[in-house]
Design a protein around this ligand. Sequence first.
Ligand code: AMP
Length: 194
Amino acid sequence: MLNLVLFGPPGAGKGTQSQKLIEKYGLIQLSTGDMLRSEIAQGTTLGLEAQALMAEGKLVPDAVVIGMISNKLDANRDAVGFIFDGFPRTVAQAEALDELLKSKNESIAGMIALEVDDEELEHRLLLRGKSSGRPDDANPEVIRKRIKEYNDKTTPVADFYRNQNKFTSINGIGSVEGIFDLICAIIEKLRNAA
Ligand code: AMP
């Protein structure tokens, strides 16, 4: 299995690059943001609880997203590998993911971080908000809150993987194809090392 964490702030391009990785490597994308939006669309209790936090740009509780990821891992036992997109977002989530994978004799091969500065992120998210239909993309205040949550709670996750020698970062500003090529080069290295 090839399990990757695609890391970076909201608007860094994780979703776009995940789509290309799915096509090229047949990996399964596990995006906790997409899962939560699907729960909201279905009107589930979990969705209703998450909706208010998401609308404010705050993280939903660790136990909620860890539970969703655990279910998806169980439901996709034959996968060639997973791309974790928007998860883990806290160190507690990263620890839980390691445990979940360990119980299946699996592990994270590497974290690939897309680096984009705050100003560019705000610009990209506001632009995305015009077509994404996501309420959290349309409001500059909520966008800034999401970036702040990322800087406060999520950046320590990079150190978690750095300490395991699994961290690589690349410049997330450039052409989609150019960034994809850089990601693929990292993946090839990880595969050769496996
Ligand atoms: P995203 O689509 O990844 O930008 O996530 C949208 C929103 O969903 C975030 O602003 C959080 O409110 C929530 N969310 C998504 N993934 C997580 C996670 N791993 N931990 C906590 N909250 C999350």
